[in-house]
Design a protein around this ligand. Structure first.
Ligand code: ZN
Length: 239
């Protein structure tokens, strides 16, 4: 099992770990602990490096594999063997931008639910842009501009963001979590991690976020599209 350091400290960009398994056929290693986010919930995986004794491997992809996180290494250098202690470093500009973008999506989600009662039906993000789909019957330029103003007001308020872990049964008792479909979580999961933008949004979420909404900076809704009768898509970019 890989301890997920990013769950408790999303600002950790360098860490020490020990290789627990190495698969030369696919050039992947598993570590006992990692700060590399393996992707999920719309947030892409992290890149970076693993290094020991003057040898550095680029981490070109990471992936969840059951309870473990696989780190795929580029280059030709033979993989570090099981038992090797090494240093992991994230491509921090990439990760930090994804943290800000992910948080921007939660701000949007919270505002659209608060002001219109509209639920999210999907979302995705890359380094440049994020998109979110909402149950909305009609969308207009005016409406989009209003939403853009409201989300940026939430950025200016610099609301704190809190991460907590609840036992599964306790999480089911939180009314606000029901709308984020906490009841659809796989039955094997004993704990539920929540990300709360205090006073605005609460989600069951495994992703990495900034500490306060002010860190996101100005958010632009750059486009919108109809994706069916009751689905409208908003495209978001950070400054
Ligand atoms: Zn999220």
């Amino acid at each position: 099992m890989t301890e997920r350091l990013y769950h408790s400290d999303s600002y950790l960009r360098e860490f020490q770990a020990v290789v627990t398994a190495a698969d030369p056929a696919v050039r992947a290693v598993v570590l006992d602990r990692t700060a590399f986010y393996p992707g999920g919930g719309g947030q892409p995986c992290d890149f970076g490096t693993l290094a020991v004794g003057g040898v550095t491997w680029p981490v070109v992809r990471t992936r969840k594999a059951g309870e473990e996180v696989e780190h795929f290494l580029g280059g030709e250098t033979p993989l570090p063997q099981a038992g090797t202690a090494l240093t992991g470093s994230l491509d921090w500009p990439r990760r930090y931008r994804l943290m800000r973008t992910h948080t921007a999506m939660h701000i949007l989600c919270g505002v659209v639910f608060r002001d219109f009662g509209a639920l999210v039906t999907g979302g995705d993000m890359d380094l440049q842009q994020a998109r979110m789909d909402f149950e909305f019957e009609s969308m207009s330029r005016d409406l989009v501009e209003g939403i853009e103003q409201s989300i940026n007001l939430e950025v200016e308020k610099n609301r704190p963001i809190r991460v907590k872990v609840f036992p599964r049964e306790e999480a089911f008792q939180i009314p606000d979590l029901i709308r984020t479909k906490v009841n659809l979580l796989p039955p094997g999961i004993p704990e539920v991690r929540t990300v709360e933008i205090v006073g605005l949004d609460l989600q069951a979420d495994g992703g990495t976020h900034v500490q306060a909404t002010g860190e996101v900076g100005r958010i632009h809704i750059v486009d919108y599209k109809s994706k069916g009768k009751i689905n409208k898509r908003l495209y978001v970019e950070l400054e």
